[in-house]
Design a protein around this ligand. Sequence first.
Ligand code: SF4
Length: 193
Amino acid sequence: MLEKEIKLERLKEECKNCHKCELGKTRNNIVFSDGSTNAKIMLIGEAPGADEDKTGIPFVGRAGKLLTKLIEESNLSREKDFYIANTVKCRPPENRVPKDEEKKECEKYLLEQIKLIQPKVIVLCGATSAKSFLGEKIKISQIRGQWFKILDNIDATVIFHPSFLLRNHSEQEGSPRWLTKNDLKKIKEFILK
Ligand code: SF4
């Protein structure tokens, strides 16, 4: 096992024993990551839901399946091209948005994951993730599709969260799903540069 994988495994073990915030009391499983540790794209979502809490894998419920479908339709591979994590590792009860103090406590793990993966681009998936890195005042509808530099000069872009897309079925030009497919295509072009 490479040093990077060993460090990630150690970090995962640390998360399994973590009770630094309230979410540690009610989780069944921590949801650490999915995808390739050699991926150029790191996607950061909001928080685990019920299916993720049950399986320990991010984005496996209905929203996750839609995300996977959109990734595949953009000729990207979820397994090879993406490393996927969330702003918090444990499920918030009733799928509420994670609180600032919970995100703050869990941030250490996420930052360490980013440091070890060294992605070429970070995809901030949904408002909670985008706000964590770009500030509370942002509006997802205004900044999705835009590109930023975050942390130590890492390129980052913003896409809609797939649970929002589940409520918006249209694939017509200009619809949220159409925009997301375009965003994913641009991300693909970027990693091929
Ligand atoms: S959400 Fe993060 S900080 Fe909170 S208990 Fe889980 S692993 Fe620890």
